[in-house]
Write a protein that binds this ligand. Structure first.
Ligand SMILES: [Zn+2]
Length: 335
């Protein structure tokens, strides 16, 4: 599926296909929630389809397309981070390991089943271990004919330069807020999700999702989690104990929640630096945030920002999440 904000990138790729200059490795980069996975699948489908349409999209009817639709096409291979097989942890660290990459490269070296492209999509490629990344290098250098490796990442800087430099980059940027808002309203209507949200609430969701429309949609189903986070972060000004929320926060997706805390840091910083009238994301909590802004110190806020970023950077490491939240909430309460 090609989303409305991906037209430029699709045209860029279409031109490369039409002129037979498609490279053997592409690196799709851009924030989470911009639809890179769907884009890579649409591209794979287009290349594997036996009767592609004039605009290069897959026909949807040929034998290849039928296999693609049920996820069993023998020339399309998909890798994403998984937990170690023997892991007993409830929330194990996810990564792409050397054995997975070796198996993938071996398959790519074999002849194609449909005498066409052999395609590999590696989702969250930044989660490859260093050994896995090194093992992919050789195939990236000598991929063989009609092999396409598509790497995807929302955190491009985490991928070794040696990998990045061997791929042609395709960048996805955050769409204009009006476009996102229109798309989100239509998508909510089509998916029969709770459609009681008005335009102001949709725009707030888009801001909370850092402009990514698909992430904004996901936030709708995570409203209960957002609520817990908001209550935890405003507990001190509401006369409650923020630490009471740590155990519940530890049950949610760590990275999602930590990135949401970034919105709160940004709001508080705006209120402290630009005054009470500043536009903020967590509008519902403006009064409480203003109360915090009056007594908080900018220096401590920046220290908190560093602490938060460190947790985001190391989010794939397994640790006691309740303890992590307790530490963060303590620092937040003492801003
Ligand atoms: Zn087809």
């Amino acid at each position: 599926m090609i989303y409305p904000w991906q037209q430029t990138q699709w045209q860029q790729i279409s031109r490369l296909i039409s002129s037979e200059r498609l490279p053997h490795a592409l690196f799709l980069q851009g924030n989470q929630g911009l639809g890179k996975v769907e884009f890579s699948l649409a591209l794979a489908n287009a290349l594997l389809c036996q009767q592609p349409l004039a605009d290069l999209h897959a026909c949807g009817h040929c034998p290849s397309c039928k296999l693609l639709a049920v996820g069993t096409h023998p020339d399309l291979h998909y890798l994403k981070p998984v937990a170690k097989k023997d892991s007993k942890s409830k929330k194990p660290a996810l990564s792409i390991r050397i054995d997975d990459i070796r198996d993938l490269c071996e398959i790519l070296n074999q002849t194609s089943q449909f005498s066409g492209y052999r395609i590999a999509i590696i989702e969250q490629a930044d989660q490859m271990t260093l050994a896995a990344a090194n093992s992919l290098l050789k195939t990236l250098e000598e991929p063989g004919r009609e092999v396409l490796i598509i790497l995807l990442s929302a955190r491009a800087h985490r991928l070794p330069v040696t990998i990045r430099s061997r791929c042609q980059s395709v960048r996805f940027s955050v769409p204009d807020e009006d476009l996102s808002c229109r798309w989100l309203a239509e998508y909510i209507a089509a998916s029969e999700t709770d459609s009681s949200l008005n335009e102001k609430q949709l725009r707030q969701l888009i801001k909370q999702a850092f402009g990514s429309p698909l992430s904004a949609f996901k936030l709708i189903s995570q409203r209960d989690q957002q609520q817990v986070l908001a209550e935890a972060l405003t507990a001190a000004v509401s006369g409650k104990n923020s630490l009471d929320y740590a155990a519940t926060l530890a049950k949610f997706n760590k990275l999602n929640m930590l990135e949401q805390v970034l919105c709160w840091v940004s709001d508080l910083n705006k209120l402290m630096s630009c005054g009470n009238e500043s536009a903020i994301i967590n509008e519902l909590y403006r009064n409480k945030l203003q109360g915090m802004a009056e007594k908080a110190s900018q220096k401590r806020l920046f220290q908190f920002y560093d602490q938060l970023n460190l947790n985001i950077l190391h989010s794939s490491i397994t640790l006691n999440e309740q303890l992590m939240w307790e530490n963060l909430l303590l620092s937040w309460d003492n801003l």
